[in-house]
Design a protein around this ligand. Structure first.
Ligand SMILES: [Zn+2]
Ligand SMILES: [Zn+2]
Length: 125
């Protein structure tokens, strides 16, 4: 029990805020809760904090996007994602050749075909 939402102002005991029925989520209001440790009633207000992580995005400032393939299987479904702005798009023909995106797909079909052949053989026996 190391996690607690806040501390009791009377005994400093860690408190888990009871949000049953959505109670206590509204910002700028005062809510009440009884301390689990010392039994005194304290009030609390809720603040929702948003964290923003800022990154450089040169591609939005005149530089070209830095599209990299996102690894998926089969490879033909691979999409390109910009490492800077996270924009996604389909790979171009050049990129398909460059990253050999179609090779994996052919391999996929060969494997599938082998499986089917095996299945046919098995059912014929
Ligand atoms: Zn207390
Ligand atoms: Zn970009």
């Amino acid at each position: 029990m190391s996690y607690s939402d806040t501390e009791c102002p009377y005994c400093d005991g860690g408190q888990e805020i009871n949000h049953d029925d959505g109670y206590g989520y509204e910002e700028g209001q005062t809510f009440e809760q009884e301390c689990e440790k010392c039994g005194k009633t304290f009030v609390y207000s809720t603040y929702i904090s948003y964290n923003h992580e800022a990154r450089k995005a040169d591609c939005l400032n005149g530089e070209p996007h830095d599209y990299q393939p996102i690894t998926t299987y089969p490879k033909i479904a691979t999409k390109m994602m910009c490492a800077m702005c996270d924009d996604e798009r389909q790979p171009t023909l050049e990129e398909r050749v460059k990253y050999q995106l179609d090779v994996g797909e052919k391999l996929f079909f060969v494997t599938e075909l082998a499986n089917i052949l095996q299945e046919v053989k098995r059912t014929n026996l």
